[in-house]
Design a protein around this ligand. Structure first.
Ligand code: SF4
Length: 332
């Protein structure tokens, strides 16, 4: 680990100013991913700016009937909040499917959005990696790529975004509120993370110096029937091979509205918008869910070791949709 200066930010503006003035400065809150990266020299900041004591820890009702979640709310506090458990159980379930209790106690909402891929080549500096060093190569593309992307990848990077929490946030049309030198702006959740294309070193559309201050959840009444289904190699403390967030609004056995997103498949949480369009107005039955799953995976391009993910994702979608039409649950 390199030597760096440690500073506690006095305010969001102070944090923005400091990170804008110094390209090598980094923010730290819970540190549950950043400290791991510091230990293996993936990040070598000139200064660490601690924002963990700033006032961004509230969960409040919005005038529209949704929730505003401060960027420093811990994953545990968010999953345990009565409004989240009542109105967005799909979000609580996704959070509880991730990491461990100790990590969830430390990890923040903003940090969860900014955690980086767990591609093993990225963490091992003995290997080249375009995300770590642009232009150096992507050993995962031809190497061991069982856990890597099947959608939206490029020849530059085939990594997946690892978050559980971000999958229902994409499905629920959450909004990320950020503050920078030019003031505040809102980013639709599905535009927050990027596909790798030719710039795999950039995970998000945050501009230099911008700080996440909150995440807004719009009201989605049928989110109460939401399902988060996570499929992984072991039952706990493992990243998703495939995950699905689904919520169905059903009336007279016909789908009125639906949300569908996948994790573990791409460089960003993957919203299955074409499958959603197909589902609206259709009868809620196995044939409909099968067709929706086929549509959701239409553009899939599996790698050498992860073709199983395509079928696994289809089955997960079918199951998540079926469970959601029965009123929701964990889907497992
Ligand atoms: Fe690096 Fe991305 Fe390739 Fe992994 S998949 S080695 S993160 S460039």
């Amino acid at each position: 680990m390199n030597n760096f200066t440690y500073i506690r930010a006095a305010s969001v503006k102070d944090a923005v100013q400091r990170t804008t003035n110094d390209n090598n400065a980094m923010l730290i809150a819970g540190g549950t991913n950043l400290v791991d990266r510091l230990k293996v020299f993936l990040d070598e900041p000139s200064q660490l700016i601690d924002i963990s004591r700033l006032e961004m820890k509230r969960i409040e009702q919005t005038p529209e009937g949704g929730l505003s979640i401060g960027a420093l709310v811990s994953n545990t506090a968010l999953a345990d909040h009565p409004d989240v458990r009542r109105d967005y159980p799909i979000l609580a379930r996704a959070i509880l499917a991730g990491a461990s209790q100790q990590i969830r106690n430390m990890a923040t909402v903003g940090g969860n959005l900014l955690q980086r891929t767990r591609c093993p080549y990225y963490y091992d500096t003995a290997f080249a990696c375009n995300k770590r060093q642009p232009g150096s190569g992507c050993p995962a593309a031809t190497g061991i790529n069982r856990s890597h992307a099947i959608l939206g990848a490029s020849d530059q990077c085939v990594a997946v975004q690892p978050s559980d929490m971000c999958v229902p946030l994409a499905a629920l049309d959450a909004i990320v509120v950020v503050e920078g030198l030019k003031g505040k702006r809102q980013i639709p959740f599905t535009d927050f993370h990027r596909l790798p294309e030719n710039t795999p070193q950039r995970d998000t559309n945050l501009e230099a110096g911008e700080v996440i201050t909150s995440v807004i959840l719009p009201p989605v009444p049928f989110a109460k029937s939401g399902v988060y289904l996570k499929l992984r190699d072991r039952a706990s403390y493992a990243f998703a091979l495939i995950s699905v967030a689904a919520a169905v609004d059903l009336a007279n056995e016909q789908i009125q509205d639906v949300r569908l997103a996948m994790g573990g498949v791409a460089h960003k949480p993957w919203r299955a918008t074409e499958a959603e369009k197909f589902l609206i107005g259709k009868p809620a039955n196995a044939a409909t869910f099968q067709q929706a799953a086929e549509i959701a995976l239409e553009g899939a391009k599996p790698l050498t070791h992860n073709s199983f993910k395509v079928e696994l994702a289809k089955r997960a979608i079918r199951r998540a949709l079926a469970v959601s039409t029965k009123g929701g649950g964990v889907g497992e």
